[in-house]
Ligand binder design. Structure first.
Ligand SMILES: [Zn+2]
Length: 341
C-alpha cells in the first residue's frame, strides 16, 4: 500500500527540521503534498493543519491526527569559549546526542552547523571524558565557525532562544528498515498522507465526515488541544512502544489500551482490535508505561470524544529510532479499515 509514495515523502518530511514550536517549514512541505494530492486544508492559529474529508454520512464527525513536531534543543546561553549551552525541547534521550551533528537556526534566517559534544570531549586530555554525565548540564554545541569567545558568537547572529536542530540521519535500508530520529511521529504524518492518497486513488469516501489533523507541540504536551468540539471519535496515530515485556515490535501496529494518562476508550479500542483481528493485520495490544498522546491533550482541553491510539512499533524511542516499513503499512491498513469499513 503506497510503498513508492512513502519512500518518496519520508525524506521530504524527515529532513525538514521541526522541533516543537518551529512548525512553518514542515507545514510548507505537508501543504505542498496535500495540494498535489488535490486536498483543501485549513490552518488553525497554532499552525495545526486540518483536512476535512466528506464521508457517506456527514452527521457524525471522526478525527485522526499525527504530530509533525519533533524533539530538539534551544540555545540557553553562550559560553566564554564560544560554545553553546542548550536546553531541551521535548524529551530527547540526552546521552544519545553526544557526537551528533546539528544546525543552529538564528532567529532571522542565519544557519550554522555544529556538533553536540560533552564538556570533556577528548580522551587524550580529560580524565573524565568517559565518565562525564551526558545530560544537558554537560553537553554543549561546538559551532563550525571561527569563534573564540562569546562576542564572536553574537556577531554571527546567534543568541539565546535560537533553535538547535538535531540531525535526524534518515535512512531507508534495502531490507525495509527506516532508521532515523523522529520516526515518532513523522512516520505517522507520512502514513496519513499516504492514506489520503489511497482514498483519492480509489475514489473511496470514509463512512463519516473525517478530520485529519497534522499537529505541532505534541512533544511538549498540548498538540491536539484545539480539536473541533463536534468530533465524536478520535484515533490518534503515534509511535508504538517496543522493549521489555511489551508486545510491540518494529513490524506490527500497536494498539494502546492505556498509557500514563490512563486507559483509552474501551469501545473504540475494542473496535480497532476487532478490525485488526478480522482482517489479519499484524497487530499487538499494549500498555505504554511512560507515554502521553494527543488524545490526552484533546481530553484535557475539554473535547468530549472517544479516544484511541494506534501506531507503528518504534525501537529506541527518543534516541536513534528504528521501525520497518511493514509496521507503517500495517498501521495505515488499520486506519483505512477504521475509516471505510
Ligand atoms: Zn509521539
Amino acid at each position: 500500500m503506497q510503498d513508492d509514495f512513502l519512500r518518496e515523502i519520508i525524506p521530504q518530511i524527515f529532513l525538514t527540521d521541526s522541533p516543537s514550536g518551529y512548525d512553518f517549514k514542515v507545514n510548507e512541505v505537508i501543504i505542498n503534498i496535500l495540494t498535489k494530492l488535490g486536498y483543501e486544508y485549513e490552518i488553525l492559529n497554532k499552525n495545526t493543519i486540518v483536512v476535512k474529508v466528506l464521508g457517506h454520512d456527514n452527521s457524525k464527525v471522526v478525527a485522526t491526527s499525527a504530530h509533525a513536531d519533533t524533539l530538539g534543543l534551544m540555545v540557553r546561553s553562550i559560553n566564554s569559549d564560544g560554545t553553546l549551552n542548550v536546553t531541551n525541547v521535548g524529551g530527547p534521550l540526552a546521552p544519545t546526542l553526544d557526537g551528533e551533528y546539528c544546525k543552529i537556526q538564528t532567529r532571522f534566517d542565519g544557519q550554522y552547523t555544529g556538533t553536540i559534544l560533552s564538556k570533556s570531549p577528548s580522551i587524550h586530555v580529560y580524565p573524565d571524558s568517559k565518565s562525564m554525565p551526558r545530560d544537558f548540564d554537560h553537553l554543549v554545541v561546538r559551532i563550525d565557525e571561527v569563534v573564540k569567545n562569546k562576542e564572536d558568537v553574537l556577531k554571527l547572529g546567534i543568541n539565546n532562544g535560537d533553535y538547535v536542530f538535531i540531525d535526524p540521519k534518515t535512512t531507508i535500508t534495502k531490507s525495509g528498515f527506516l532508521k532515523s530520529r523522529f520516526i515518532d511521529d513523522k512516520a505517522s504524518v507520512c502514513l496519513l498522507l499516504a492514506l489520503l492518497k489511497e482514498l483519492k486513488e480509489k475514489g473511496e469516501k470514509p463512512h463519516y465526515m473525517t478530520y485529519f489533523y497534522f499537529v505541532h507541540q505534541e512533544e511538549v504536551g498540548h498538540g491536539a488541544s484545539a480539536l473541533a468540539k463536534e468530533i465524536s471519535e478520535f484515533v490518534t496515530v503515534d509511535m508504538g512502544c517496543v522493549g521489555l515485556d511489551l508486545a510491540g515490535n518494529e513490524y506490527a501496529v500497536s494498539i494502546a489500551a492505556k498509557d500514563s494518562g490512563g486507559p483509552y476508550s474501551y469501545e473504540l479500542t475494542s473496535k480497532l482490535i476487532k478490525l485488526a483481528k478480522d482482517n489479519k493485520i499484524n497487530y499487538v495490544v499494549d500498555i505504554f508505561p511512560f507515554y502521553g498522546s494527543d488524545v490526552g491533550a484533546a481530553w484535557r482541553a475539554g473535547v468530549d470524544c472517544q479516544g484511541a491510539l494506534i501506531g507503528p512499533g518504534v525501537q529506541a524511542s527518543h534516541g536513534m529510532e528504528r521501525t520497518h516499513l511493514d509496521a507503517i503499512k500495517e498501521t495505515m491498513r488499520l486506519m483505512y479499515l477504521y475509516l471505510t469499513k
